[in-house]
Design a protein around this ligand. Structure first.
Ligand SMILES: Cc1cc2nc3c(=O)[nH]c(=O)nc-3n(C[C@H](O)[C@H](O)[C@H](O)COP(=O)(O)OP(=O)(O)OC[C@H]3O[C@@H](n4cnc5c(N)ncnc54)[C@H](O)[C@@H]3O)c2cc1C
Length: 469
């Protein structure tokens, strides 16, 4: 079949959170024409493969795209998220992205969407169902919105062997299991395993029937300080406490102790030093639930599950064919290295502020729409690769703070930040009279310079910075 030819300004590869937020921001602030391609049937990316009980770990209020709110932007009055902004479930997120495509992007008349198509090579895509191929003439840029595509258990084989008689399911299958198990073995240390444990407890499994194989302990962000909207004061208060902790830290270990004492970073087990940081958000209530699980196994990674034994790096524990083993051991966040976001003919979407994939992608869309010079674009948008280990908190915070400073010097960007619903710190300016915000501003101002110096030192490998004062 001969290739059809298309012409456009931007070819966006990937209609997940990154591609959608970028395109929404780009078409809002420019007259660009965009072709969006994804191998999936609908926009929303990995959320289509998510386990049924997943929710955003952050408020819906600053997830999605700028031009359309996700959810009702209200604060939950009951349940485990009480007092915090609502968090969307995966079906809500997928329905939302469909609305964004149908009600915002396509009606703009400047976006064409090609689902079920694989991009092969730079400017060619092929339908996975009809085989029809398109060659795209790109007038401006190719946008890689799949660079940080996450790895989820539904599509990622378990990184251990499983004997045929063993009951082992990816986390997605957990809620569909028909036959009761004698016990549940949750394998993984990250947010997915946390969600699996919380869900099992919520549906009434006794804590004693859960075994949690945790190769690493993780630092988690405290959801109480990750709110925006009316609660944006707490977000800034939290940030100022982080800056103070950094300024006063005498070493990297001391920094994490201080962040923990200031309740900025949480961990399930206070006796263990975390070696993992992927920037998920959790609440104190969730941690209290997780601490009910006493059967935590810390013998490293699982190598194989046999009919009656689980073989780990550091030892072997018994199991049985009546136990259900739950695979939560996919890497999750993509560890791809940071590369420049802008090039003459290409954009590679990556975060600038830690995490916040939609916010960062929208910011890149706005910068692309309003600045022509690649060097200037890259100056404003330094890439900040997704975190994995605690030192990445240091790097991520430093890159984010430096970028925030640059943005605050740029009137057009400052104005955009104040308008962007994806910006969690929007609205802070109007809350200057709030005593908590005033105190946080002072704490921030007193500590920001030494904090930046310490973070730079820690990043450079100096693990014993001299005590301040
Ligand atoms: C369970 C889970 C929960 C999360 N919760 C949050 C949260 O609360 N807040 C937050 O900020 N982040 C969260 N994240 C982080 C997450 O990475 C982002 O929120 C975001 O959804 C990732 O979007 P993306 O566009 O980078 O990737 P994806 O959603 O994977 O989108 C990339 C798209 O590219 C397409 N694609 C890839 N290759 C090709 C090709 N060759 N041709 C055509 N199409 C292609 C894929 O089909 C896919 O649809 C979570 C991640 C996971 C796994």
């Amino acid at each position: 079949m001969a290739d059809r030819t298309l012409e456009t300004d931007y070819l966006v590869v990937g209609c997940g959170a990154a591609g959608m937020a970028f395109t929404d921001a780009l078409v809002t602030d420019s007259d660009a024409d965009v072709v969006m391609v994804d191998r999936r049937h609908a926009p929303g990316g990995h959320w289509h493969d998510a386990y049924p009980f997943v929710r955003l770990h952050q408020p819906s209020a600053y997830y999605g795209v700028n031009s359309l709110p996700l959810g009702s932007e209200t604060i939950d009055r009951r349940g485990p998220n009480q007092g915090f902004y609502e968090r969307a479930s995966a079906p809500e997120i997928c329905a939302y992205y469909d609305r964004v495509m149908q009600q915002r992007l396509l009606p703009s008349g400047r976006v064409r969407h090609f689902p079920m198509c694989d991009v092969v090579g730079r400017h060619r895509f092929v339908s996975r169902v009809s085989g029809e191929a398109h060659e795209v003439k790109v007038r401006r840029k190719h946008v890689d919105a799949r660079y940080l595509e996450p790895f989820v258990p539904a599509t990622f084989e378990p990184p251990f062997e499983v004997a045929p008689e063993v009951r082992c399911v990816p986390v997605n299958e957990l809620s569909r299991v028909a036959e009761r198990a004698d016990g549940y073995v949750v394998i993984g240390a990250g947010k997915t395993a946390i969600d699996a444990c919380l869900w099992l407890l919520e549906v009434g499994v006794a804590p004693g029937d859960i075994r949690w194989i945790k190769p690493r302990e993780a630092w988690l962000n405290n959801r109480a300080f990750a709110q925006g909207g009316e609660l944006v004061g707490t977000l800034f208060e939290g940030f100022s406490l982080q800056v103070e902790a950094a300024a006063k830290a005498s070493s990297l270990d001391d920094l994490f102790e201080r962040l923990s004492a200031a309740e900025q970073l949480l961990r399930v087990d206070e006796r263990v030093s975390p070696t993992m940081y992927k920037s998920p958000t959790a609440s104190a209530g969730e941690l209290a639930q997780l601490r009910r699980i006493a059967g935590v196994v810390r013998l490293g990674r699982v190598r194989r599950i046999e009919r009656d034994a689980i073989v780990l790096d550091g030892g072997t524990i018994p199991t049985s064919s009546r136990h259900l083993h739950v695979h939560c051991a996919a890497p999750g966040l993509n560890p791809a290295p940071a590369v420049p976001i802008f090039a003459a003919d290409r954009i590679t979407l990556q975060p600038i502020r830690t995490g916040l994939i939609p916010f960062n992608a929208a910011l890149v869309g706005f910068v692309e729409a309003t600045r022509g010079d690649v060097a200037e674009q890259n100056r404003l948008c330094p890439p900040n690769r997704l975190p994995d280990v605690p030192l990445d908190w240091v790097r991520g915070t430093l890159v984010g703070m430096q970028a925030d400073h640059l943005w605050s010097q740029d009137p057009a960007l400052s104005d955009w930040l104040e308008r962007a619903r994806l910006n969690p710190s929007r609205g802070l300016r109007q809350r200057g009279d709030d005593p908590r915000v005033r105190q946080a501003r002072k704490r921030f101002a007193d500590n920001v310079r030494p904090a930046l110096a310490k973070l730079q030192q820690f990043l450079a490998g100096d693990r014993s910075a001299p005590q301040r004062g």
